[in-house]
Design a binder for this molecule. Structure first.
Ligand SMILES: Nc1ncnc2c1ncn2[C@@H]1O[C@H](COP(=O)(O)OP(=O)(O)OP(=O)(O)O)[C@@H](O)[C@H]1O
Ligand SMILES: [Mg+2]
Length: 237
Protein backbone atom coordinates (compact mmCIF):
# COMPACT_ATOMS: atom_id res chain seq x y z
CA UNK A 1 0.00 0.00 0.00
CA UNK A 2 1.18 3.54 -0.70
CA UNK A 3 2.04 5.81 2.17
CA UNK A 4 -0.16 8.89 2.11
CA UNK A 5 1.27 10.46 5.27
CA UNK A 6 4.73 9.87 6.58
CA UNK A 7 6.05 11.46 9.75
CA UNK A 8 9.71 11.13 10.71
CA UNK A 9 11.60 12.05 13.83
CA UNK A 10 9.06 14.70 14.79
CA UNK A 11 9.68 16.95 17.78
CA UNK A 12 7.06 19.50 18.84
CA UNK A 13 5.76 21.17 21.96
CA UNK A 14 4.82 24.42 23.58
CA UNK A 15 7.60 26.93 24.12
CA UNK A 16 10.29 25.25 26.18
CA UNK A 17 8.10 22.21 26.85
CA UNK A 18 8.89 19.39 24.44
CA UNK A 19 5.90 17.05 24.10
CA UNK A 20 6.61 14.94 21.01
CA UNK A 21 9.93 13.13 21.03
CA UNK A 22 11.19 11.72 17.72
CA UNK A 23 7.74 10.58 16.69
CA UNK A 24 7.60 8.48 13.55
CA UNK A 25 4.56 6.90 11.96
CA UNK A 26 2.88 6.52 8.63
CA UNK A 27 -0.64 6.25 7.28
CA UNK A 28 -1.25 4.08 4.21
CA UNK A 29 -3.64 5.34 1.58
CA UNK A 30 -7.23 4.09 2.17
CA UNK A 31 -6.40 2.78 5.65
CA UNK A 32 -7.82 3.57 9.04
CA UNK A 33 -4.70 4.14 11.12
CA UNK A 34 -5.15 4.61 14.84
CA UNK A 35 -3.04 6.30 17.48
CA UNK A 36 -3.93 5.22 20.98
CA UNK A 37 -2.59 6.59 24.20
CA UNK A 38 -3.74 7.75 27.59
CA UNK A 39 -4.47 11.26 28.85
CA UNK A 40 -1.69 13.71 28.15
CA UNK A 41 0.30 11.29 25.98
CA UNK A 42 0.57 13.93 23.26
CA UNK A 43 -2.14 12.77 20.84
CA UNK A 44 -3.68 16.19 20.27
CA UNK A 45 -0.24 17.76 19.98
CA UNK A 46 0.59 15.23 17.28
CA UNK A 47 -2.61 15.88 15.32
CA UNK A 48 -2.17 19.64 15.55
CA UNK A 49 1.40 19.36 14.31
CA UNK A 50 0.36 17.23 11.33
CA UNK A 51 -2.38 19.77 10.52
CA UNK A 52 0.11 22.64 10.79
CA UNK A 53 -1.53 24.40 13.73
CA UNK A 54 1.63 23.82 15.71
CA UNK A 55 5.11 23.93 14.18
CA UNK A 56 7.53 21.06 14.36
CA UNK A 57 10.77 21.96 16.09
CA UNK A 58 12.48 19.24 14.07
CA UNK A 59 11.63 16.27 11.90
CA UNK A 60 9.69 15.85 8.71
CA UNK A 61 6.06 15.50 7.62
CA UNK A 62 5.43 14.26 4.08
CA UNK A 63 2.04 14.08 2.46
CA UNK A 64 1.41 12.39 -0.88
CA UNK A 65 5.14 12.44 -1.50
CA UNK A 66 5.55 16.17 -0.76
CA UNK A 67 7.35 17.68 2.20
CA UNK A 68 4.74 19.77 4.03
CA UNK A 69 6.68 20.34 7.26
CA UNK A 70 6.76 24.10 6.71
CA UNK A 71 3.49 24.41 4.79
CA UNK A 72 0.90 26.64 6.49
CA UNK A 73 -2.35 25.06 7.64
CA UNK A 74 -4.63 26.46 4.95
CA UNK A 75 -2.35 25.12 2.24
CA UNK A 76 -2.27 21.72 3.95
CA UNK A 77 -6.09 21.81 3.82
CA UNK A 78 -5.85 22.59 0.13
CA UNK A 79 -3.55 19.56 -0.28
CA UNK A 80 -6.17 17.44 1.45
CA UNK A 81 -5.15 17.26 5.14
CA UNK A 82 -8.20 18.09 7.26
CA UNK A 83 -8.38 17.99 11.07
CA UNK A 84 -11.56 17.48 13.07
CA UNK A 85 -10.35 18.89 16.38
CA UNK A 86 -10.97 17.50 19.83
CA UNK A 87 -14.14 18.88 21.40
CA UNK A 88 -16.07 19.33 18.12
CA UNK A 89 -15.90 23.14 18.06
CA UNK A 90 -18.91 23.95 15.90
CA UNK A 91 -20.10 27.56 15.85
CA UNK A 92 -23.30 27.48 17.95
CA UNK A 93 -25.13 30.24 16.05
CA UNK A 94 -24.73 28.81 12.57
CA UNK A 95 -27.28 26.34 11.24
CA UNK A 96 -26.31 22.87 10.09
CA UNK A 97 -26.56 23.96 6.45
CA UNK A 98 -24.44 27.08 7.03
CA UNK A 99 -21.83 25.03 8.89
CA UNK A 100 -21.48 22.65 5.94
CA UNK A 101 -20.99 25.61 3.59
CA UNK A 102 -18.26 26.98 5.86
CA UNK A 103 -16.44 23.66 5.46
CA UNK A 104 -16.23 24.10 1.69
CA UNK A 105 -14.22 27.30 1.81
CA UNK A 106 -11.18 26.22 -0.16
CA UNK A 107 -11.49 26.88 -3.89
CA UNK A 108 -11.07 23.19 -4.68
CA UNK A 109 -13.93 22.26 -2.31
CA UNK A 110 -16.14 25.18 -3.32
CA UNK A 111 -16.69 23.87 -6.83
CA UNK A 112 -18.34 20.62 -5.75
CA UNK A 113 -20.05 21.99 -2.63
CA UNK A 114 -23.68 21.32 -3.61
CA UNK A 115 -23.03 17.71 -4.52
CA UNK A 116 -20.96 17.20 -1.41
CA UNK A 117 -23.61 18.71 0.88
CA UNK A 118 -26.14 16.30 -0.64
CA UNK A 119 -23.72 13.45 0.04
CA UNK A 120 -23.36 14.60 3.67
CA UNK A 121 -27.11 14.51 4.17
CA UNK A 122 -27.16 11.01 2.75
CA UNK A 123 -24.31 9.94 5.04
CA UNK A 124 -25.86 11.67 8.08
CA UNK A 125 -29.68 11.58 7.63
CA UNK A 126 -30.07 13.13 11.07
CA UNK A 127 -28.32 16.27 9.83
CA UNK A 128 -30.70 16.51 6.88
CA UNK A 129 -33.67 16.54 9.27
CA UNK A 130 -32.00 19.27 11.26
CA UNK A 131 -30.48 21.30 8.44
CA UNK A 132 -32.05 24.59 9.58
CA UNK A 133 -31.37 24.07 13.28
CA UNK A 134 -28.59 26.02 14.99
CA UNK A 135 -25.51 23.90 15.71
CA UNK A 136 -25.63 24.94 19.38
CA UNK A 137 -28.99 23.19 19.88
CA UNK A 138 -27.82 19.84 18.53
CA UNK A 139 -27.00 16.92 20.84
CA UNK A 140 -23.34 16.02 21.45
CA UNK A 141 -23.53 13.16 18.96
CA UNK A 142 -25.14 15.35 16.32
CA UNK A 143 -22.51 18.04 16.86
CA UNK A 144 -19.78 15.46 16.35
CA UNK A 145 -21.45 14.28 13.13
CA UNK A 146 -21.68 17.90 12.02
CA UNK A 147 -18.01 18.51 12.79
CA UNK A 148 -17.09 15.48 10.68
CA UNK A 149 -19.43 16.49 7.86
CA UNK A 150 -17.96 20.00 7.89
CA UNK A 151 -14.47 18.48 7.60
CA UNK A 152 -15.58 16.25 4.72
CA UNK A 153 -16.95 19.32 2.91
CA UNK A 154 -13.32 20.38 2.47
CA UNK A 155 -12.82 17.30 0.24
CA UNK A 156 -10.00 15.76 2.30
CA UNK A 157 -7.74 12.97 1.19
CA UNK A 158 -6.71 12.45 4.81
CA UNK A 159 -9.12 13.05 7.69
CA UNK A 160 -7.49 13.49 11.10
CA UNK A 161 -10.00 12.72 13.84
CA UNK A 162 -9.09 13.73 17.39
CA UNK A 163 -11.15 11.73 19.90
CA UNK A 164 -14.48 11.87 18.10
CA UNK A 165 -16.18 9.55 20.61
CA UNK A 166 -15.29 11.62 23.67
CA UNK A 167 -18.32 12.30 25.87
CA UNK A 168 -20.80 10.44 23.68
CA UNK A 169 -23.25 7.80 24.93
CA UNK A 170 -22.00 4.30 24.01
CA UNK A 171 -24.70 3.72 21.36
CA UNK A 172 -23.95 7.08 19.72
CA UNK A 173 -20.23 6.36 19.84
CA UNK A 174 -20.85 3.00 18.17
CA UNK A 175 -22.76 4.71 15.36
CA UNK A 176 -19.92 7.15 14.95
CA UNK A 177 -17.36 4.35 14.56
CA UNK A 178 -19.59 2.79 11.88
CA UNK A 179 -19.73 6.14 10.08
CA UNK A 180 -15.94 6.35 10.13
CA UNK A 181 -15.78 2.95 8.41
CA UNK A 182 -18.26 4.21 5.79
CA UNK A 183 -16.18 7.37 5.19
CA UNK A 184 -13.14 5.19 4.55
CA UNK A 185 -15.18 3.01 2.19
CA UNK A 186 -15.81 6.16 0.18
CA UNK A 187 -12.09 6.52 -0.44
CA UNK A 188 -10.94 8.81 2.36
CA UNK A 189 -7.92 7.83 4.44
CA UNK A 190 -8.42 8.13 8.19
CA UNK A 191 -6.02 8.83 11.03
CA UNK A 192 -7.92 8.35 14.26
CA UNK A 193 -6.79 9.29 17.74
CA UNK A 194 -8.87 7.76 20.50
CA UNK A 195 -9.08 6.74 24.12
CA UNK A 196 -11.81 4.22 23.32
CA UNK A 197 -9.12 1.72 22.49
CA UNK A 198 -11.32 -1.31 22.00
CA UNK A 199 -13.74 0.21 19.47
CA UNK A 200 -10.85 1.90 17.71
CA UNK A 201 -8.81 -1.26 17.28
CA UNK A 202 -11.90 -3.02 15.98
CA UNK A 203 -12.24 -0.65 13.03
CA UNK A 204 -8.57 0.22 12.43
CA UNK A 205 -6.16 -1.58 10.13
CA UNK A 206 -2.99 -0.49 11.85
CA UNK A 207 -2.26 1.16 15.19
CA UNK A 208 0.46 3.02 17.03
CA UNK A 209 0.76 3.44 20.78
CA UNK A 210 1.86 6.87 21.99
CA UNK A 211 3.17 7.16 25.53
CA UNK A 212 4.68 10.27 27.04
CA UNK A 213 5.24 11.82 23.62
CA UNK A 214 6.90 8.81 22.03
CA UNK A 215 5.68 5.92 19.89
CA UNK A 216 6.29 2.79 21.98
CA UNK A 217 4.58 0.11 19.91
CA UNK A 218 2.87 -0.43 16.58
CA UNK A 219 1.25 -3.25 14.70
CA UNK A 220 -1.80 -4.58 12.92
CA UNK A 221 -4.87 -3.49 14.86
CA UNK A 222 -6.26 -7.01 15.23
CA UNK A 223 -2.94 -8.22 16.58
CA UNK A 224 -2.87 -5.31 19.03
CA UNK A 225 -6.30 -6.36 20.28
CA UNK A 226 -4.71 -9.64 21.26
CA UNK A 227 -1.50 -8.20 22.68
CA UNK A 228 -1.03 -8.74 26.40
CA UNK A 229 0.63 -5.32 26.82
CA UNK A 230 -2.18 -3.43 25.10
CA UNK A 231 -4.86 -5.42 26.89
CA UNK A 232 -3.30 -4.73 30.25
CA UNK A 233 -2.46 -1.05 29.73
CA UNK A 234 -5.40 0.15 27.66
CA UNK A 235 -8.24 -2.31 27.85
CA UNK A 236 -8.12 -3.07 31.56
CA UNK A 237 -8.19 -6.80 30.86
N1 LIG B 1 -1.18 24.81 25.09
C1 LIG B 1 -0.35 24.08 25.86
N2 LIG B 1 0.66 24.66 26.54
C2 LIG B 1 1.51 23.93 27.31
N3 LIG B 1 1.43 22.60 27.47
C3 LIG B 1 0.43 21.97 26.82
C4 LIG B 1 -0.51 22.67 25.99
N4 LIG B 1 -1.39 21.76 25.48
C5 LIG B 1 -1.01 20.56 25.98
N5 LIG B 1 0.07 20.68 26.77
C6 LIG B 1 0.77 19.58 27.47
O1 LIG B 1 1.27 18.68 26.48
C7 LIG B 1 1.11 17.32 26.90
C8 LIG B 1 0.36 16.56 25.84
O2 LIG B 1 -0.96 17.10 25.71
P1 LIG B 1 -1.96 16.63 24.59
O3 LIG B 1 -3.15 17.48 24.69
O4 LIG B 1 -1.26 16.57 23.29
O5 LIG B 1 -2.29 15.14 25.05
P2 LIG B 1 -3.46 14.17 24.62
O6 LIG B 1 -2.83 12.83 24.45
O7 LIG B 1 -4.21 14.73 23.49
O8 LIG B 1 -4.36 14.14 25.93
P3 LIG B 1 -5.95 13.96 26.10
O9 LIG B 1 -6.17 12.49 26.08
O10 LIG B 1 -6.22 14.55 27.42
O11 LIG B 1 -6.63 14.67 24.98
C9 LIG B 1 0.43 17.37 28.25
O12 LIG B 1 1.43 17.23 29.23
C10 LIG B 1 -0.18 18.75 28.30
O13 LIG B 1 -0.24 19.22 29.60
MG1 LIG C 1 -6.20 15.23 23.22
Amino acid sequence: MTELLSVRDLDAGYGPVQVLKHVGFSVSEHSITAVIGSNGAGKTTMMRTVAGLLSASSGQISFAGKDVTLTPTHLRVAEGIVLIPEGRLVFPDFTVEETLRIGAYSSRAHAGADARAAEMYELFPRLRERRNVRAGSLSGGEQQMLAIARGLMAAPRLLLLDEPSLGLAPSTAQMLFETIVEVRRRGITICLVEQDVHSTLEIADYAYVLEDGAIVADGLANEMLGSAQVRESYLGL
